[in-house]
Unconditional design. Structure first.
Length: 142
């Protein structure tokens, strides 16, 4: 073990990939999140439950955040504030749409596991930043 707590020589060699792994986590998570907004607002992919969605409804407002925030985080522009808003949106979605139906401590039982996972992934991204493969990083380099 190295003198650094919890690191071994093999784990420190993997550390060199951490910035790029952060970028990949950001890109994949934002793409999946963006698909929710696209389905709600653009009908792509077409999901029947969103066919008559009102833009001012809670689902409509979350669709706007999913589409715009997802696009921003996907390209890595204004990543920290966008990811923070997206994290809060998913916390709100969990407690309003999932936990209120019972079993708030068991997301698997109330269908809220995606909301919880998105919430904490975007909270991590808000804290960690966009990573090297992002518009934010390119802007800092200039």
């Amino acid at each position: 073990m190295n003198k650094t707590f919890g690191t071994s020589p093999s784990s420190t060699s993997m550390n060199r990939f951490a910035p790029e792994a952060l970028s990949l986590l950001r890109i994949v998570s934002a793409y999946l999140f963006l698909l929710h907004g696209s389905a709600k607002l653009l009908g792509m992919p077409k999901i029947e439950v969103f066919a008559n969605l009102q833009l001012t409804s809670p689902s409509g407002i979350s669709g706007i955040i999913e589409l715009v925030g997802g696009a921003l985080v996907l390209i890595g522009l204004f990543t920290r504030p966008a990811a923070f808003v997206m994290s809060g949106t998913m916390a709100f979605a969990y407690f309003i749409a999932h936990a209120s139906g019972g079993n708030p401590l068991f997301p698997l039982m109330n269908g809220g596991e995606a909301a919880v996972l998105f919430c904490f992934v975007f909270l991590f991204i808000a804290a960690a930043g966009a990573g090297p493969w992002s518009v934010d990083a390119a802007r800092r380099r200039r």
